[in-house]
Design a binder for this molecule. Sequence first.
Ligand code: DX5
Ligand code: ZN
Length: 226
Amino acid sequence: MAPQIVPSIFAADFTRLGEEVGKVVDAGVQMIHVDIMDGHFVPNFTMGTPITESLRRRFPHLKLDHHLMIEDPDTYAPIFIDAGASCVSVHCEVCRNLDRTLHMIRDQGALAGVVINPATPVGLLEDVLDIVNYVLVMSVNPGYGGQQFIPNALNKVRRLYRMRSERRLNFAIEIDGGVGPENIAEVAKAGVDWVVAGSSVFHASDAGKAVRELQSAAEEAISIRV
Ligand code: DX5
Ligand code: ZN
């Protein structure tokens, strides 16, 4: 199946957030990516629950994929789920009791994802792959938009893809950071299901067109996959 493009609102114009999200929804997007940063786990801040609540009210059917780049996901995951998050991913680098945290997210009614940084090996996830709904592979170091794609992320995606088929599991594979028209084909061919795209969508002159072009490039790449 062709991957779906998941625009990251981190790159959007926050003075016109509803309009920006409306553009990508009109282009067929079913899920958007919401980056939550606490200034501790990553050297940057983004947004809190008021944004989640507003998006949930204005786009009741849109999936809100929350990427928690925070030190204390156990406290805040339930708060974001209450505010309207549909999917919540936590960094394995901060979770001391990852199994418990992932079960907690699912029990609260959201899809549970685990994220790995560029320096974190895929092998660390071996014992949670049957609990997670998705694995997010960072293809940049978290904290900023508009960074350069780290190619080794694709080796991690391929490995996860193999592990998933060997173990007959069904988690989704997501990639985040530095994806745009120049590498979308390669990303799609590696076996990614959800492709996060921030600057390549919201910094384009027409966000809707940018999404449609990424989506069709991904579909075309998959159709000629060998
Ligand atoms: C980085 C964030 C990403 C970011 C991606 O820490 O997790 O989701 O928005 O932005 P681009 O697509 O510009 O690399
Ligand atoms: Zn992200």
